[in-house]
Unconditional design. Structure first.
Length: 533
């Protein structure tokens, strides 16, 4: 095993369980605490049950659950059994759930009782779907994880074992991204918060044994999205603990109260949609919580504004804030670090070690420090591709001059100092009057306008412009749109300034915090018959 990607999460979990204090918490969910000893034995029993039910290495096991300990147990059991766990968005309709299960030919489905009625017909309609386990506190699931042989499985695993991450994107059906465990672990260790280099299993074991102050992470975003589970796994495999919030919707008061109670060291969020209410809770309740144990708040998947970061640092001075630039198809493109002594402007990142820019029209790889604009890309390691879709895989993972690059579709600009500024996704580009407008750039400029709490931007069909740039906003109080336009024109070219502003009580967002742009477009189309501005 070496740093080239020969890691396996099942082996790492086994090795860690052998050397951590058995009574150390692995999972914390309110008053329910699962020790490392119990976590290890429960996941071993669950892994055995999957294999005894007929699952073979590489088979897909789907999970449809909220942020509960069982979600993590099922994913870890799948790693131990050499199976690929699959995330199911519990907000999907039955047809969407059926599509994902059919697309990946899922062998099994684990689901919470509240979703039983929705998924019940699918077991008759999908032939491969033979493992049917409802998750609850007193039923079949608990019987499986509490009885039988809890010792480690005597199987040889491979770095080729992995998982399947379905991502909805903004258009079309969900796509299943295949991650090899060896590659996923190497990318985890690229993070700037990882200070100890581990080349092989002996290094890993030595690190876990020496770690007398293990971390405790709170994934505030849903585990069903890649970042939530990935951050949990990163903490568990080095002997730490995962702390799960109990509410079904995000509550900043609950988050800070749980961070104090559990002495959390790290929190994972998704940009401003989480960070802004967190700041408001701190400002409305000065001195209420003892957060002295908290060291890091990291964010992935959504822009995180500089002023919001500064407000967090002001309230909790010891914090390091890590803004991660990545995608389901590849991660580690860049990082923005904010501390009491340093900061990075909104939307700007220091590039990852494997990150490159590729010119849009020529496919030329820009030199390492060459200023310019292009597709954001990275060299290996990254995901293998899309499950069962070689055409989409070939479009995203392209060979250029003998090297394969992951190119998920983001555009970025490199300045003279080598820093990257994210411009936006190619499939989120609005063509208005022959000019290209990336929605993320306009959204972030809007959120820097005083009084604008949140914003989404879409292109509404227009007979004059082709697409008219249209903004949906959540504001602390009614805004004068003329003032907003003047503020935006100080940052943006005039053609990027929205033609129409629509003030909303809330914006359509998925549970992860990412925007639901299909719904936003429908809201905008409905409102532009009587535009507000």
């Amino acid at each position: 095993m070496d740093c080239a990607g020969n890691w396996n999460f099942g082996d790492l979990l086994d090795a860690t369980a052998r050397v951590v204090p058995p009574d150390r918490p692995a999972l914390i969910h309110g008053d329910q605490v699962t020790s490392w000893r119990d976590f290890d034995e429960r996941t071993n029993r669950l892994a055995r049950s999957m294999l005894e039910a007929g699952a073979k290495p590489g088979d897909r096991i789907a999970i449809m659950a909220r942020n509960i300990p069982q979600f993590i147990e099922i994913a870890c059991a799948a790693f131990k059994a050499r199976l690929m766990h699959v995330n199911i968005n519990y907000r999907y309709t039955r047809d969407e759930i059926e599509y994902v299960l059919d697309d990946c030919a899922a062998k099994g489905l684990f689901y919470q009782a509240e979703f039983a009625e929705t998924v019940a017909p699918l077991f008759d309609r999908l032939d491969p779907l033979s493992i049917n386990v409802q998750i609850d506190h007193d039923g079949e699931y608990e019987n499986i994880v509490k009885t039988g042989d809890g010792s480690p499985l005597d199987i040889e695993r491979s770095p080729e074992d992995g998982y399947l991450l379905y991502t909805g994107g903004t258009t079309g059906r969900p796509k299943g991204v295949i991650w090899r465990a060896g590659d996923a672990r190497v990318v985890q260790m690229e993070a700037p918060t990882v200070k100890t280099k581990m080349n092989d299993m002996s290094d890993h074991i030595a690190f876990v044994e020496a770690n007398r102050t293990p971390g405790r992470v709170i994934p505030a975003c849903p585990l069903m999205h890649g970042a939530g589970l990935n951050s949990s796994m990163a903490e568990l495999i080095i002997g730490g603990s995962v702390v799960l919030l109990q509410s079904e919707t995000f509550d900043a008061i609950e988050l800070w109260s749980e961070a104090e109670r559990s002495q959390a060291t790290r929190i994972l969020i998704v940009g401003d949609v989480f960070a802004r209410p967190m700041v408001r809770a701190l400002q409305d309740n000065p001195g209420r919580w003892d957060l002295s144990a908290l060291k890091v708040i990291s964010s992935a998947g959504l822009m995180w504004s500089e002023e919001v970061k500064q407000a967090l640092i002001s309230a909790i001075p010891q914090l390091t804030l890590v803004d991660i630039l990545g995608a389901s198809e590849a991660s580690g493109f860049g990082y923005a670090i904010t501390t009491q002594c340093s900061h990075t402007p909104t939307g700007c990142f220091e590039p990852g070690r494997q990150t490159v820019l590729i010119e849009e029209d020529t496919d030329r790889i820009l030199e390492e420090n060459e200023p310019g604009t292009g597709w954001l890309a990275r060299r290996p390691p990254f995901a293998l591709g899309y499950f069962g879709d070689p055409e989409k895989t070939a479009a995203t993972y392209r060979e250029i001059e003998g090297t394969t690059y992951a190119i998920p579709g983001d555009m970025a600009e490199r300045d003279k100092d080598g820093r990257l500024k994210l411009i936006g996704r190619g499939n989120m580009c609005i063509n208005t009057g022959g000019e290209k407008v990336f929605v993320e750039e306009v959204e972030e400029a809007l959120k820097r306008v005083p009084g604008v709490d949140d914003a989404m931007v879409v292109g509404v069909p227009d007979t004059v412009w082709g697409k008219a740039v249209t903004a949906l906003m959540v504001c602390t109080h009614p805004q004068d749109h003329t003032v907003i336009r003047e503020a935006l024109r100080r940052e943006l070219a005039n053609y990027k300034v929205p033609k129409t502003f629509i003030q909303c009580t809330e914006l359509p967002r998925h549970a992860s915090g990412k925007g639901n742009y299909r719904e936003a477009l429908q809201i905008a189309i409905g409102a532009t018959d009587n535009p507000q501005g």
